[in-house]
Write a protein that binds this ligand. Structure first.
Ligand code: NAD
Length: 478
């Protein structure tokens, strides 16, 4: 049993406890014991952080710095993340149970790439100059928007936080980050590293705390905040939007999902089933983009179920610190209870578990269910666990209708070898991300976001620039 570590806020360039000294525990889902003692942010702590970000924006060098200088500092931060990959990987693994083999490689590399990409993007971005009426010259400027509140979820702690922080900083804003209370550790460390990289004090601040009724709510309600970027549940997005309405602040929301994978009869089944399994079970299903409903043409339905079950049963479940582990525990006791309740309800309503189910501790084995109808809760609500329901279909129309039968619209996967069908179905799916014969292949230039209740706005490349800057038109009579 190791001693718990201490995680404080990071405000104005320094690690600092809460004004009132309050703390909250962070539970390691593997050991189910407290592994970190975390500062519990209150309205006062949020105020200190917003004031610090405000000063850094209004008076500090960051928004006024030459772009190449700002980008150079973000590249240093990117390199520092890579140099500390083991430490960052283990912080996220301890906080929320994602396998270390993934956090220290995939997640840290992607986080470092977020900084490098937006450093480059901001450095290359150009503004328009327009031929105006005679004697006039018109041009646009994209100026930093101000103080950004970034609220992130627990499912990829470092990766989600940096996806917000990197563009916000690259385009000259200052930031207050409120990471999820279940996964606070990597955020404070990141802010410390940022100052080490040379970012001025106050440019990146971190306040810990709970969401509703706590630091999260206080942050989005604070009048010193200009923009809010949030990733999390749809109902939290609704609550944040109500706060954002006061003062008419801009929001960018990446919310829940209920993705579908569609396997047509002509698909390369080796690839299709392997990718569909990854889409369902990666990160123990705790991915907004997950393919949670697998729609399979009836001609290959049984074969797909058999192959999927085989893959599910071969996945290694265990301690996420073990490099061989593919499926770690779910992130918290509360979340485990939610996922297992979904499984129980689905079985009660007539669905059949072919393999998987709850294990000792907070693990759920990769679970394949059949016989669930689209009306059941398990097919309509976000389960956020390693659970996939498999459904046969006969026609393309039927598959598209089933995939679209959700209030969400974040992701969909199509598996086929027929090119015209791939394009046609991609066009008919109501989802912000459609992958054909693959899953979760990301290019940071492309728009990322969702249809329907999966979000508002898009981030990525120029879409991030649009959100994190104020565009200004200058018309000159010269
Ligand atoms: P959550 O909404 O419970 O919490 C997310 C963050 O919001 C946390 O930091 C929390 O403290 C904060 N928060 C909660 N209530 C708040 C309030 N009233 N005001 C301000 N902040 C508040 O989500 P979660 O359980 O941490 O994350 C899982 C959810 O995130 C899932 O629904 C998942 O689909 C979604 N998600 C979406 C994407 C995407 O890109 N669309 C990516 C990852 C996760």
């Amino acid at each position: 049993m190791t001693e718990s570590i201490r995680i404080d806020h990071f405000i104005d360039g320094a690690t600092t406890p809460s004004v009132d000294g309050a703390t909250m525990p962070s539970i390691d889902p593997t050991t189910r014991s407290v592994w970190a003692d975390v500062a519990l942010g209150s309205v006062d702590d949020v105020h200190r952080a917003v004031e610090s970000a405000r000063r850094a924006f209004d008076e500090g060098p960051w928004p006024r710095m030459a772009q190449d200088e700002r980008s150079a500092l973000l590249r240093v931060l990117s390199d520092l993340l890579l140099a500390n990959a083991d430490e960052f990987g283990m912080l996220d693994t301890r906080d929320m149970g994602r396998p270390f083999a993934q956090t220290r490689t995939n997640d840290v590399q992607r986080s470092a790439a977020n900084f490098r990409f937006f450093a480059d993007h901001a450095a290359l971005a150009a503004d328009e100059s327009l031929p105006g009426r005679p004697g006039h010259h018109i041009y646009t400027r994209h100026e930093p928007a101000g103080v950004v509140a970034a609220i992130s979820p627990w499912n990829f702690p470092l990766m989600q936080a940096t996806w917000k922080i990197a563009p916000a900083l690259a385009y000259g804003n200052t930031v207050v980050l409120k990471p999820a209370e279940q996964s606070p550790a990597s955020a404070t460390r990141l802010a410390q590293l940022a100052v080490g990289a040379g970012l001025p004090p106050g440019v990146l601040n971190v306040v810990h705390g709970v969401g509703s009724g706590g630091g999260g709510q206080a942050l989005v309600a604070h009048p010193g905040i200009d923009l809010i970027t949030f990733t999390g549940e749809t109902r939290t997005g609704e609550a944040i939007m109500r706060e954002a309405a006061k003062g008419v602040r801009g929001v960018s929301f990446e919310l829940g999902g209920k993705g579908a994978s569609i396997i047509f009869a002509d698909a390369d089944l080796d690839r299709a089933v392997a990718v569909a399994a990854d889409a369902a079970f990666a990160n123990a299903g705790q991915i907004c983009l997950a393919g949670t409903r697998l729609l399979v043409h009836r001609d290959v339905y049984q074969e797909v179920v058999d192959r999927l079950v085989k893959i599910a049963e071969q996945m290694s479940i265990g301690d996420p610190r073990d490099p061989a582990t593919q499926v770690g525990p779910l992130s918290s006791e509360e979340h485990h209870a939610k996922v297992t309740a979904h499984l129980r309800d689905a079985e009660r309503d007539g669905a059949v578990t072919v393999t998987g189910g709850a294990r000792d501790g907070w693990w759920v084995a990769p679970t394949v269910m059949v016989g669930a109808s689209q009306e059941m809760r398990i097919c309509r609500e976000e389960v956020f666990g390693p659970v996939v329901t498999v459904h046969p279909f006969d026609t393309e129309d039927e598959a598209v209708a089933a995939a679209n039968a959700t209030r969400y619209g974040l992701s969909a996967m199509i598996f086929t070898r027929e090119l015209s069908r791939a394009h046609r179905v991609a066009g008919r799916l109501r989802a912000g991300n459609v992958w054909v014969n693959c899953f979760w292949v990301r290019d940071l230039r492309s728009p990322f976001g969702g249809f329907g209740q999966s979000g508002i706005g898009r981030e990525g490349g120029t879409y991030s620039r649009e959100f994190f800057t104020e565009a200004k038109t200058v018309v000159m009579n010269i």
